[in-house]
Design a protein around this ligand. Structure first.
Ligand SMILES: Nc1nc2c(ncn2[C@@H]2O[C@H](COP(=O)(O)OP(=O)(O)OP(=O)(O)O)[C@@H](O)[C@H]2O)c(=O)[nH]1
Ligand SMILES: [Mg+2]
Length: 293
């Protein structure tokens, strides 16, 4: 079996990504099952093959044990590991080459330093022979400036090192960056409008601005990002950023793939990248959808 562990901060687009990949899977003939592992989930669009809320919910734990929301969540995840019957049932209902997405909760500490998700990964890998990769989503707006880029990259790196599975970083909701840059250029356009400025020229400039912005974070030039921090923070912290930047650059530790639910090509590209990490296609014959030649 193959699985993606879909992680990322609250609201980064995990559940939407799971739905988009499931839908895309139908088009390309790859059946994708989604398991909801967020015991506090309120809504998602996919039809889950299993849902942790059948086993335990954050609100029940909070009420019965008088715990706060984060303590209750940790309790739920530990409960999942203790009462393995539920998990065992899900896995035993699957076929050998089935493909799962685990839609995870949005509390980042679960991936960066708590033990429960690491134990979960170990369990499904070793007890149930599931091949797992991590997919870590970060909202593109989190990376809109250099300081956020370093913070986001370190969070993604902490999850990657902590869980120790093949890992894909995703810059989610890039369509919102598109909207931002378009709006910026339109407002410039109206302020400085000249007879020679056509709508197409403005659109082309805003496309270029988006490409430049994405390029800055997808293929980062670390020294220039560090230089941007000048004046924003104490010199000592800048020096620290320089060293962190050098580490990220030297080892190519953190690389992001752009994605937006509105762009089906980006969904397909991510599925392809995850499949490569999982060596999915090496293990099975690719089934081609009957409508696709
Ligand atoms: N514009 C845009 N919005 C998106 C995209 N992906 C998700 N969203 C929106 O972002 C919000 C949060 O999406 P979810 O998929 O629920 O995020 P999540 O990471 O599962 O959130 P939690 O489970 O609460 O941590 C929703 O309003 C989505 O419609 C995207 O690619 N583009
Ligand atoms: Mg969600």
């Amino acid at each position: 079996m193959f699985a993606q562990l879909v992680m990322g901060p609250a609201g980064s687009g995990k559940s939407t990504y799971c739905y988009a990949v499931q839908q895309h899977g139908q088009v390309v003939g790859q059946t994708v099952h989604v398991v909801n592992l967020d015991p506090a989930a309120e809504r998602f669009e996919y039809a889950p093959v299993a849902d942790i809320r059948e086993l335990v919910t954050v609100s029940d734990v909070a009420e019965e044990l008088n715990l706060g929301p984060n303590g209750s969540l940790i309790y739920c995840m530990e409960y999942l590991l203790e009462d393995q019957e539920w998990l065992e049932q899900i896995i035993s209902d699957m076929a050998e080459d089935d493909y799962l997405l685990f839609d995870m909760p949005g509390q980042v500490e679960l991936y960066t330093h708590f033990e429960c998700i690491r134990q979960f990964v170990y369990l499904i890998q070793h007890q149930y022979q599931v091949r797992v990769c991590g997919v870590f989503l970060l909202d593109a707006q989190f990376l809109a400036d250099a300081a956020k880029f370093f913070a986001g990259s370190l969070t993604a790196m902490a999850a990657m090192l902590h869980l120790g599975v093949p890992h894909l970083n995703v810059l989610s909701k890039v369509d919102l960056l598109h909207r931002q840059t378009t709006e910026q250029y339109h407002s410039l356009g109206t302020r400085f409008e000249t007879p020679s400025r056509t709508e197409e020229a403005t659109a082309a400039e805003s496309e270029q601005a988006l490409d430049d912005l994405l390029e800055r974070f997808l293929n980062p030039d670390i020294p220039s990002l560090v230089a941007e921090l000048e004046g924003q923070m104490d010199a000592r912290y800048r020096a620290l950023h320089e060293r962190i930047g050098a580490l990220l650059e030297e080892y190519s530790i953190v690389q992001f793939f752009p994605y937006s639910v509105a762009d089906e090509d980006s969904v397909g590209e991510l599925l392809l990248q995850a499949n490569l990490l999982l060596q999915y296609d090496d293990e099975r014959d690719v089934r081609v959808h009957p409508e696709l030649d």
